[in-house]
Design a protein around this ligand. Structure first.
Ligand code: HEM
Length: 410
């Protein structure tokens, strides 16, 4: 099978190029085939093969905490609230701190708590669908893919659903910096959002200390292991991370799933008809066009020289892991560019792997598994309005900018 990108030269690859960001697949093919360990002057070493990425994710010689002197350079230009988030977020800390914080968070972030959200997510999507079902058309992002995940995390943390757009705006302002290369011009706006977000999280913590409930924040407050608890900074960074990591990614998954299925009507018909195919269909969407195309914004940093595919990567070099490329690697998947809800085994890297594997994967999956078939069943014959998809112009995040559909109703 011919891989896309055969004519492309990795030396010409520009991660800022809107054409690449619109459709990265041909470039992934060129990188995997011609330069699997590619040094890019602005973003560091880029890995694109499944096997290499899988190995680095599980290799304890690679950490996520930004080392000196990069750390000082970034901190000098960043507002203090952004520094707090980057130094205390689970995503940016290494063992032993990571082991301690993740262990404490896992006590509160239990499968039972996540599963308890299922009826709430079912009720949410029912209410939303009842409100739009008589319309001739609607935008999937506006009406469904953004609201459901944010309502789910507000439920998890027991924060007012009326704050959802505030949280949505803060999230976008903060994550916009986390591009490749970093969007440093957006740091001041991100700093303002991070200040407000941290103050909001601080108020929540104070309130739950006074009046504990059955929510995740109250659970985080009492989590304790070997006499240790989360510090206040860890707690605030965790609340912000859950809100940040937990909604935009799942919004991508739901909207991309609906777009892919509406573009493959025979597979959409199966999802409508047979609930047993839904979990695998969601896994195939995660593989085919996962919400995060690149692992953790800060990259991986080797603590000693490490050889990959014959190239030695030195400490102090950021390593970027192209999860989206790994998931299309022909050495891992037969006919990787075909979308097939019956593909097995899938074992994708869309949630990462190893120490930092996504903490919220069960929630992301649950939401997509509930929402996607519910939408398809409510609208038996919806049509995509645009000829081609419009993606957000990001390298890191794969998300449709809009997804207008016509319902066929007058
Ligand atoms: C479809 C939805 C989601 C996708 C594709 C996704 C993807 C990922 C990936 C790739 C990582 C690992 C990054 C790395 O190793 O560098 C990660 C970590 C994480 N995710 Fe998710 N995520 C999703 C949903 C969620 C949800 C719903 C939550 C919480 C409510 C969440 C919370 C987290 C947290 C806290 C981490 C950091 C874990 C650690 O560093 O130990 N994610 N996610």
């Amino acid at each position: 099978m011919d891989e896309p990108g055969r004519d492309l030269d990795p030396a010409d690859w520009d991660p800022r190029d809107p054409v690449f960001r619109h459709d990265p697949i041909p470039w992934y093919g060129a990188l995997r085939r011609k330069a699997p360990v590619f040094g890019h002057q602005d973003i560091g070493i880029v890995l694109s093969r499944y096997e290499d990425i899988d190995r680095v994710l599980r290799d304890r010689r690679f950490g996520v905490a930004t080392p000196s002197p990069w750390r000082e350079v970034l901190a000098a230009g960043a507002p203090p609230s952004m520094v707090l988030l980057s130094e205390h977020s689970l995503l940016f800390i290494d063992p032993p701190a990571h082991t301690r914080v993740r262990g404490l968070v896992a006590q509160a972030f239990t499968p039972r708590r996540i599963e308890g959200l299922r009826p709430r997510v079912e009720a949410m999507i029912d209410t939303i669908l009842a409100g739009i079902e008589d319309r001739p058309g609607f935008d999937v992002l506006e009406e469904i893919a953004w609201p459901v995940p944010i309502l789910a995390v507000t439920d998890l943390l027991d924060v007012p659903a009326t704050d959802q757009w505030l949280l949505h705006e803060w999230t976008h302002a903060i994550t916009a910096v986390d591009e490749l290369p970093l969007e440093l011009d957006l740091l001041p706006a991100a700093g303002i959002a991070a200040d407000e977000f941290l103050a909001y999280a601080g108020d929540l913590v104070d309130e739950r200390r006074r009046t504990p409930g059955d929510d995740l924040i109250s659970g985080l407050l009492v989590a304790e292991e070997d006499g240790e608890q989360l510090t206040r900074d860890e707690l605030l960074a965790m609340i912000v991370l859950i809100l940040l990591a937990g909604h935009d990614t799942t919004a991508s998954l739901i909207s991309t799933a609906l777009w892919l299925l509406l573009s493959h009507p025979d597979q959409a018909a199966e999802v409508r008809r047979d609930p047993s195919v839904v979990p695998n269909a969601v896994e195939e969407v995660l593989r085919y066009l996962g919400p995060l195309q690149v692992a953790s914004g800060g990259g991986r940093w080797p603590s000693e020289p490490v050889s990959i595919e014959g190239t030695v990567i030195e400490p102090g070099t950021p390593v970027r892991l192209l999860l989206g490329s790994a998931n299309r690697d022909p050495d891992q998947y037969q006919d990787p560019d075909r979308f097939d809800i019956h593909r097995t085994p899938i074992r994708h890297l869309a949630f990462g792997r190893g120490l930092h594997v996504c903490l919220g994967s069960a929630l992301g999956r649950l939401e997509a598994q509930v929402v996607v078939p519910a939408v398809l069943r409510r609208f038996p014959d919806p049509a995509l309005v645009d000829d081609g998809p419009t993606w957000r112009p990001s390298f890191v995040v794969r998300q449709l900018a809009t997804l207008p559909v016509a319902t066929g109703r007058a």
